[in-house]
Design a protein around this ligand. Structure first.
Ligand code: AHR
Length: 505
């Protein structure tokens, strides 16, 4: 049976400009993300620097504007100096975050070379666990100072004549989490972050800095953490971070697909806290949000038990196999980020390769796209420009925790330069939806394509042997009639309806 759903859209009703950096991602020294993922000297597709060509191709297609690096939990025990200079002289270290051995054959300069080849920019994290302002300011000097000082000349001696000019930096990672190496209280972290920000900016005044927010909305210190940290750092930072992962351990599809509403509440709560501190301090500055870790991660609750025998080098870790159902929630999470385009300016799908990732590889073998690759690809390619404040009406179900859950989850984006309008829509329900629109008269638009991602089996996955089990198809029936949009949204589906102004418009 088909139910009806309605959207009202108009280019005058705008949420805000979409910062392309909301389509960022993340590479941590964790499992096979670096070693056997993006870096594998000797692989048949590897270039002279050891970067896998098959991975680069899949990453380039995603058009990822920023990649966060080198962690994650890893960064809280990392000595950045271990990863620069002659490879033969680099130390092998115990990585206490993931209980593995870090060979340090890949470090800052290799990452920067990889970014150039992938067509992306770095979002670098500094260690505020075992280290602090001194290591951070030295790293900024090494990376960004032109020359004539100890660390900038060291970079030159390492064969990198020009400064990397890394603009975006995270002040530590998840410092609110007891699992973090040298976890801190909000006051301890707030003070450390402030002083670190200060000296980093003194080395390079052009930096953009992200303070650690909570590692999840469910953290006992959530809210109070943000308020205290921003109380210490408000005038020194530009962004506060948010992290969230959702799983479906109860195998409850409606509950799982509703989790994007939790993400929405997380965002609105952090905005409220930022603006509360703004009011208290009578600041003219607005802190923006960096949702720098988000994804589906089913085994998050048991990651510590899943760690392999300790001190193995690059073992397979957190290699989640994503289902079609997971792609639907990832689609809704992207829609949620777009709905907050006015305040969420950076977001990183965590992660990019092998570790809870859209791109998977076999060490020494092939690479393939997981199901979640596709909604991310579509949003990154077509969700640029301005996010529109779409009003939606659709049937609802009730989630015991989150309340009413509309079957239709949708947002629209407009690229005024290209004259395009794109509707992204997830049908969270099992029943098809007959969608129509009001608001803007669409007579002067045409449907470019209606992409759909659907599958009869919610648990279907892509594998190296069967990479095309869950793939998008341009088979949707979106049409324009009397200036309105009509489309059939299949039960459990991801839809991208691309409209373009006709030349006579
Ligand atoms: O992305 C995997 C891990 O999840 C990161 O290292 C950490 O920041 C988060 O808890």
């Amino acid at each position: 049976m088909t139910q009806t759903a309605h959207i009202t859209l108009h280019p005058e009703f705008q949420i805000g400009a979409i910062d392309p950096r909301i389509y960022g991602s993340f590479i941590e020294h964790l499992g096979r993300a670096v070693y056997g993922g993006l870096f594998e000297p000797g692989h048949p597709t590897a270039d002279a620097d050891g970067f896998r060509g098959d991975v680069l191709e899949l990453v380039r297609a995603l058009d990822v504007p920023v990649v966060r690096y080198p962690g994650g939990n890893f960064v809280s025990g990392y000595n950045w100096e271990d990863g620069v200079g002659p490879v033969s002289a680099r130390p092998r270290r115990l990585d206490l975050a993931w209980k593995t051995t870090e060979p340090n054959t890949f470090g800052l300069n290799e990452f920067m070379a990889w970014c150039r080849r992938a067509g992306t920019a770095p979002m670098m994290a500094v260690n505020l666990g075992t280290r602090g302002p001194d290591a951070a300011r030295n790293l900024v000097e090494y990376a960004n100072h032109p020359g004539g000082t100890y660390y900038s000349d060291l970079r030159k001696a390492h064969g990198v004549a020009e400064p990397h000019q890394i603009k975006l930096w995270c002040l530590g990672n998840e410092m609110d989490g007891p699992w973090q190496i040298c976890h801190k209280t909000a006051d301890e972290y707030g003070r450390a972050a402030r002083e670190t920000a200060k000296v980093m900016r003194w080395v390079d005044p052009g930096l953009e800095l992200v303070a650690c927010g909570s590692s999840g909305r469910g953290m006992p210190t959530f809210g109070a953490w943000e308020e205290t940290v921003l109380g210490h750092t408000y005038d020194m930072v530009d962004y506060i971070s948010l992290h969230t992962y959702y799983g479906n351990s109860a195998n409850n599809t409606p509950g799982f697909l509703a989790r994007s509403l939790d993400m929405d509440r997380f965002i609105t709560s952090v905005i409220a806290t930022c603006d509360h501190v703004k009011a208290k301090t009578r600041s003219r500055k607005t802190i923006q949000l960096s949702f720098d870790e988000w994804n589906v991660w089913h085994s998050i609750a048991s990651w510590e038990e899943a760690l392999p025998a300790p001190w193995v080098e690059a073992p397979p870790l957190l290699e989640e196999r994503y289902t079609f159902e997971d792609a639907l929630l990832v689609g809704s999470m992207l829609i949620t980020l777009l709905r907050h385009a006015d305040r969420v300016k950076i977001a990183c799908l965590a992660q990019l390769v092998n570790v809870i990732a859209p791109v998977m590889t076999v060490t020494g073998g092939g690479a393939w796209r997981q199901t979640i690759y596709y909604p991310f690809l579509h949003a990154s390619r077509y969700g640029r420009g301005v996010a529109l404040d779409l009003q939606t009406r659709s049937p609802e179900t009730n989630d015991p925790e989150l309340g009413p859950v509309p079957a239709l989850d949708a947002v629209a984006t407009q690229d005024p330069e290209l004259g395009t309008l794109t509707v992204f829509a997830v049908n969270r329900g099992a029943k098809a939806l007959a969608l129509d629109s009001s608001g803007l008269d669409l007579s002067r638009y045409r449907v470019v394509e209606h992409l759909t991602l659907t599958h009869l089996d919610l648990k279907a996955v892509n594998t190296l042997a069967q990479p095309d089990t869950v793939v998008p198809r341009p088979n949707g029936d979106a049409a324009l009639r009397d200036g309105a949009l009509n489309a059939h949204l299949a039960g459990y589906s991801w839809n991208v309806i691309r409209l373009a102004q006709t030349t006579e418009a």
